[in-house]
Design a protein around this ligand. Structure first.
Ligand SMILES: Nc1ncnc2c1ncn2[C@@H]1O[C@H](COP(=O)(O)OP(=O)(O)OP(=O)(O)O)[C@@H](O)[C@H]1O
Length: 238
């Protein structure tokens, strides 16, 4: 899948996700969500706690089974990938995730953490580590490549997590509050970096955030309320 600027990467149509709550009642975590993301754009997803932002990312990243509607990924209907192993493989090849906590493997160095998925994918270790070093250099982390996570600051760990998410050159990058644990300067840097990745690699990027300070970096702001997208769902295809 070679992305071209403006080409649809992700299309959600009338997507619903329904959970059974603790009291047995059904909760519509997502309801009738229609959203498009195109190659090269970065959107911000805002909304109050519990409005469905994480659930939206999970549905978009094919980590959550939707109860209604459809998800298309670069023209492929997600529903046609039925087998769990095929779904895992599809995600590994095309989608990158960055979470609030970096969740690095503690006994691996930064470069080994970034290389891990490539090694699992069958890339020879030396080649995987070369590519991992290149990604760490882009993130200004080459000088810390040999350190274990415990010896890195929160911001440094998050930059390693971004490098790891980019290892498979994903066409879709989903980030859930990636700057929540960072000070404002580092947070800004991570967000600027994500924007550069959208522009240079033509990835489509969706970032869930509570932080209004990065607002100016988004091509589009999607606002959610009670499981619904209430503003910003029209694509900014250029
Ligand atoms: N596995 C689950 N089982 C039952 N209910 C769930 C589950 N996951 C989420 N929910 C409910 O779905 C709704 C949306 O949750 P979600 O985590 O997507 O919100 P959010 O906007 O990301 O919140 P926050 O900003 O606090 O992280 C909430 O009412 C939540 O309690």
């Amino acid at each position: 899948m070679t992305p071209r600027r403006g080409r649809p990467v992700l299309s959600l149509r009338d997507v619903g996700v329904r959970y059974r709550g603790g009291d047995g009642a059904m909760v519509d975590a997502l309801a009738d969500v229609t959203l498009d993301l195109v190659a090269g754009e970065m959107i911000g997803i805002f909304g109050p706690s519990g409005c469905g932002k994480t659930t939206l990312l999970m549905a978009a990243g094919l980590l959550e089974t939707i109860t209604s509607g459809s998800v298309r990924f670069a023209g492929t209907a997600a529903a046609t990938i039925v087998d769990d192993a095929a779904l895992r493989d599809f995600r590994r090849r095309h989608i990158g995730f960055v979470f609030q906590k970096p969740n690095l493997v503690p006994f691996l160095t930064a470069v080994e953490n970034v290389a891990l998925a490539m090694v699992i994918d069958g890339v020879p270790r030396a080649a995987a580590e070369r590519r991992a070093m290149g990604l760490l250099a882009v993130l200004d982390m080459a000088h810390r490549a040999g350190n274990h996570p415990a010896r890195l600051s929160g911001g440094e760990q998050q930059r390693v997590a971004v490098a790891r998410a980019l290892a498979n050159d994903p066409i879709l990058l989903l980030a859930d509050e990636p700057t929540a644990a960072l000070d404002s300067r580092r947070g800004r840097q991570v967000m600027e970096l994500l924007l550069a990745i959208a522009r240079q690699r033509l990835a489509a990027i969706a970032v869930v955030t509570h932080d209004p300070r990065s607002m100016d970096l988004f091509d589009r702001v999607v606002e959610m309320e009670d499981g619904r997208v209430v503003a910003g769902n029209a694509s900014s295809a250029r």
